[in-house]
Design a binder for this molecule. Sequence first.
Ligand code: ZN
Length: 113
Amino acid sequence: MSTLPPCPKCNSEFTYEDGQQLVCPECAHEWSATAAADAGEGDKVIKDAVGNVLQDGDSVSVIKDLKVKGTSLVVKVGTKVKNIRLCDGDHDIDCKIDGIGPMKLKSEFVKKV
Ligand SMILES: [Zn+2]
């Protein structure tokens, strides 16, 4: 049987499972067991607009004009982006675009090439 993670609030080791939830008997904190399991797995799969799995170092092209936040620059549809780096967050691709510089993209707006 696998060991349950300690309570994230008070670090108690006496956590128990209640359906999908983990419960701490000491501080009454409840949290989701599935979220904890997902976090433990680490690598999350990031897919492009058509469902290809993206990896660090891939090249992609932009499928829609994207405004660069805080500037008047626009990354035009069809722009090729080389050597992407996957990261966490709302914008899950870290990259550098010729003429624009380092920026973050959303995987839903790119297609693997
Ligand atoms: Zn607790």
